[in-house]
Design a protein around this ligand. Structure first.
Ligand SMILES: *Cc1c(COP(=O)(O)O)cnc(C)c1O
Length: 437
């Protein structure tokens, strides 16, 4: 390993926080020097340069891969006009252009767009809008209803509706507001509405909702696929039940599509599998094609006007970098790519490649389940993944993967070719076999 690389990694270890990292026993990260197409150019432990397929799309964002000519051009063009300008009292074409595209792409009725700087912030804003909506109508409500096993972000309000165990609610007891958690919906997208497990879930959820109905401001959930909470897919019938309960009791419905939006599960929005549209929708992650942080909260005219009738006189949020022109310009270009291509067909193709390539993992003794949905492939082990070992084994096989809990999963860029999908899936199955048997 050369001296510069060693020095950089040493400073990183001693001074730089990584996600969920410890200053006492830091995990050694790999250095990425550049990226192109679906590959990261990384340095291995001994300094060797490797070009590896990114099975993670950089935490599900880089749907078009890296160094995308259209996105680079949008960013460069915008840099030459202005990188940023405040959004209070000013507006600009990139923000308006993005909002127009989002309104066109969103389920009908979502008319008002709030541009937020990250997914967590968009969920904060969604929850705040729901509270302000009820407050303005003169019937304040203070709690949110969700299901166990979800993930909505790491800031406090999103954390409060994230799974109590996965979100470590015990760590923040007394600080986190306590919301209402229905049981996790039984797994499986194709369960019939009269499936006994689904009926039992529906009964328990209906009883719980009824017990708190007058105080529920909104139902918050990830439609059809719980992502960071465990790659758990459930029947759209569950959404139908929660929509009905919310409507019957005057609560709003918030779809957190930060992970699932823009075709990750197949349809443009995972919630498109139900007829009724949410009152509020959050989109993030893939919004800028993985270039810069940006998210959006969209809501109906009814919610927007309701919020605005309140004493506060508006939606009480306004981040410094709201509507950042650079982010908006890249997001608009990314959405243009999504619509110009037959993205739904592309995702279906990726899904078939994942299903075929991951199937051999079923024969491994360490594997409990293999499942796919849209461009998501999951290998679930019978034990917690030995993350560092599996990551290293996959890297040696030409694939970047970041497993968690008992899950080795992939959400590759939509543009991953058939040959690369074969390499990717073989790398994952091989790495699991190498480490766990
Ligand atoms: C990643 C994620 C978030 C949080 O987004 P950040 O940009 O990391 O703040 C919220 N909800 C869901 C469903 C997510 O997957």
């Amino acid at each position: 390993m050369d001296a510069d690389l060693a020095d950089l990694l040493a400073f990183d270890r001693d001074h730089v926080w990584h996600p969920y990292s410890s200053a006492l026993s830091p995990h050694a990260p790999y250095l990425v020097e550049s990226a192109e197409g679906v590959r990261l150019h990384v340095r291995d432990r001994d300094g060797t340069r490797r070009e590896v397929i990114d099975a993670m799309s950089s935490w599900w964002c880089a749907i078009h891969g890296y160094r995308v000519p259209e996105l680079n051009a949008a960013a460069r063009g915008q840099l030459d006009r202005m990188a940023h300008v405040m959004f209070g009292g000013l507006t600009h074409e990139p923000a308006v252009g993005l909002a127009r595209r989002l309104r066109d792409l969103a389920p009908d009725g979502l008319e008002h767009v709030f541009l937020a700087d990250s997914g967590s912030v968009s969920v904060e804003v969604a929850m705040k809008a729901a509270l302000q909506y009820h407050l303005a109508a003169g019937r304040p409500r203070t709690r949110f209803f969700t299901v166990r096993g979800g993930y909505h972000g790491d800031t406090f309000s999103p954390m409060s509706v994230t799974d109590p165990v996965g979100g470590m609610h015990s760590l923040f007891r007394g600080v986190l507001p306590e919301h209402v958690f229905a049981p996790r919906p039984p797994g499986g997208v194709d369960r019939a509405a009269d499936d006994p497990d689904l009926l039992a879930w529906e009964r328990a959820t209906t009883d719980l909702f009824s017990a708190h109905a007058d105080d529920i401001a909104a139902v918050v959930l990830e439609p059809v696929l719980q992502g960071a909470g465990g790659m758990h897919a459930y029947s759209p019938h569950v959404l139908g039940v929660l929509h009905r309960l919310a409507r019957a009791h005057g609560a709003l419905v918030v779809h957190d599509e930060i992970a699932t939006g823009l075709h990750r599960t197949g349809p443009r929005w995972a919630g498109d599998r139900v007829v009724s549209t949410p009152d509020i929708l959050c989109v993030g992650k893939a919004l800028t094609g993985g270039y810069v942080s940006l998210a959006a909260m969209l809501c109906t005219r009814e919610v927007a006007e309701g919020v605005s009738r309140g004493e506060a006189g508006g939606l009480m949020h306004g981040p410094t970098f709201m509507g950042n022109p650079l982010a908006c310009a890249v997001a608009a270009a990314s959405l243009d790519l999504v619509t110009a291509r037959d993205t739904e067909a592309e995702v279906a193709r990726v899904g078939r490649g994942l299903a075929e390539g991951l199937a051999p993992a079923r024969a491994l003794t360490s594997v409990a389940d293999v499942r796919t949905l849209g461009a998501v492939g999951v290998v679930q082990l019978r034990e917690p993944v030995r993350v560092a070992e599996v990551t290293a084994a996959a890297l040696a096989r030409g694939v970047w993967v970041r497993p968690f809990r008992d899950l080795v999963y992939t959400m590759p860029p939509y543009v991953t070719s058939g040959d690369d999908l074969a390499l990717l899936t073989a790398g994952l199955v091989g790495a699991v076999a190498d480490v766990h048997g």
